[in-house]
Write a protein that binds this ligand. Structure first.
Ligand code: KIV
Ligand code: ZN
Length: 523
């Protein structure tokens, strides 16, 4: 057996030795939001919007921006050219099929940029070679060589993609990759074009490329995974574990069909699990939220709340047990710092499942230092509001606390009320508690609130004059909390009463009772 035949074995030994070194490797982030991302059905960006995104990608510090596909339209050509001339920092890349006209157009668009890269590609699976290209394997091999050589005449950095690599006969794939490297490609990209690969299988393919192709260690081995089966991030990360040093990805997982690998997911996986992957990226992760929001706004693609990293629930804790854990020790239920992706803090979603601990914490963040006794009362009101509304917002809390703190001393409190509006005569039935007794009265009025106030007057015997009345929705939505404010006068003394409830007549009646209590207290 000659040395030639033994090559795969030698390569395997080298591959394993390299893996054993365990030196943290930089993983290059190749962003394709403006090319593959823009191919998302329904997303289309104009040149100005593409420029805005490219500037933000430079702030995010991605290594390569794939700015577009210049042969596809005059607008795309101009947009790639403008980005190439203006955006500094990342390498600016243009896509081209493995045909002369495409490569020339890409070369022209990148003519004046400091760091250009041409990305040329051709289908290598038999399905693509026969079904789409109507060519032979030999012809495709030649096209790959000519394409890389021509691209090389425009710039040093040339990426070659073997489209549909995961469905390509591996022996043929090694051959194509080998000739592309020999023709001068500085990056070889292995796309899972139709999202068909399974993580174990995909990482084995990457390992096999290292073992069967000479010189892979001298270039960058890249992966480009689609999310048809929801495996794009897993496939990309397993490829990194197997030795790939570049990931192609798009912000918010934008891309053809079900999308591309989500940039935010792979970057945060590498940051969070760099210990296991022996890898890092140079991405400024604090810019992730800004970038995600910009891409969402300009493409009109809304981000689902449960989307990893960038969804509005990604750092929000709702269950009582989780909230308690996070308040005691953040890492109990959080593997990333919200600040690392550009959020100010994690969020405790206050719902009927939240405990007193979470409620007190949020109140103290809002500036309320309350006694245990007050907390007990506020918590009861909080639970009744949370039962009616799914989520209790800060504005709800402010209204609840205001109601509680200003309500003391409560000579009278509202036990029940029933109001019938409309014609001919609005009627109110009111029950007020005073100590252990509950007093009941019925009254008619000009409107439901007038009827309620008259029934209250009958019970308390206090004569008051209503000077001012206002009602505000303290929170959003149909189930918002209404806060009522009344200014009343009695025996020359003016007081303000406040009340809050999801029912506006009840909020108003509570405000009225609160004012009466203050008058009685003053006496
Ligand atoms: O999915 C794919 O194969 C591509 C190539 C152009 C890299 O987008
Ligand atoms: Zn793609």
């Amino acid at each position: 057996m000659g040395l030639e035949d033994d090559l795969p074995h030698l390569q395997k030994v080298i591959y394993e030795k390299e893996r054993e070194k365990k030196m943290p490797r930089k993983i290059f982030i190749f962003d394709t939001t403006l090319r593959d991302g823009e191919q998302s059905p329904g997303a289309s960006l104009n040149s100005r919007e593409k420029m805005e995104i490219a500037r933000q990608l430079a702030k995010l510090n991605v290594d390569i921006i794939e700015a577009g596909f210049p042969i596809s339209s005059h607008e795309d050509f101009e947009s790639v050219r403008a980005i190439a001339n203006e955006v500094k920092g990342p390498v600016i890349c243009a896509l081209a099929r493995a045909v002369e006209a495409d490569i020339k157009r890409a070369g022209e668009a990148l003519k004046d940029t400091e760091k250009p890269m041409i990305h040329t590609f051709i289908g290598t699976s038999d399905i693509h070679i026969k079904g789409q290209l109507r060519k032979t394997r030999e012809e495709v091999l030649k096209m790959a060589v000519l394409a890389v050589e021509l691209a090389k005449s425009y710039c040093h950095e040339v990426e070659f993609s073997a489209m549909d690599a995961s469905r390509t006969d591996p022996a043929y794939l090694f051959e194509v990759v080998q000739v592309a490297i020999e023709s001068g490609a500085t990056v070889i990209n292995i796309p899972d074009t139709v999202g068909y690969a399974i993580p174990d299988q995909f990482s084995q393919l990457i390992r096999d490329i290292f073992i069967n192709v000479t010189g892979v260690d001298k270039i960058r081995l890249s992966v480009h995974c689609h999310d048809d089966l929801g495996l794009a991030t897993s496939n990309a990360i397993s490829a990194v574990k197997a030795g790939a040093t570049q990931i192609e990805c798009a912000m918010n997982a934008m891309g053809e069909r079900a999308g591309n690998t989500a940039l935010e997911e792979v970057v945060m996986t590498i940051k969070t699990r760099g210990d296991y992957l022996d890898a890092f990226t140079d991405v400024k992760t604090q810019e992730i939220m800004n970038t995600s929001k910009l891409v969402s706004r300009l493409t009109g693609f809304v981000i689902p709340p449960n989307k990893p990293i960038v969804g509005s629930n990604a750092f929000a804790h709702s269950s009582g047990i989780h909230q308690d854990g996070v308040l005691k020790e953040r890492t109990t239920f959080e593997i990333m710092m919200p600040q690392d992706v550009g959020l100010s803090e994690s969020e405790l979603i206050l719902t009927a499942r939240s405990g007193r601990h979470a409620l007190r914490h949020r109140l103290s963040e809002l500036g309320y230092e309350i006694s245990d006794d007050q907390l007990g009362k506020i918590y009861e009101t909080f639970l009744s509001v949370a039962d009616k509304k799914k989520q209790v917002f800060d504005e709800d809390l402010i209204a609840i606390v205001g109601d509680e703190l200003l309500a003391a001393p409560q000579t009278y409190s509202l036990e029940y009320m029933q109001v019938i509006g409309g014609t001919p005569t609005p009627v109110a039935v009111i029950g007020l508690r005073k100590g252990k007794e509950v007093f009941r009265e019925v009254a008619c009025g000009d409107g439901p609130l007038d009827a309620a106030c008259k029934a209250i007057d009958k019970i308390t015997g206090v004569t008051i004059e209503l000077i001012d009345y206002s009602l505000n929705a303290a929170t959003k939505g149909k189930d918002a909390i209404g806060t009522a404010m009344v200014r009343v006068r009695s025996n020359g003394r003016t007081v303000i009463g406040r009340g809050a409830s999801t029912d506006i007549i009840e909020a108003s009646a509570k405000a009225y009772i609160n004012a009466i209590n203050k008058i009685l207290y003053g006496r």
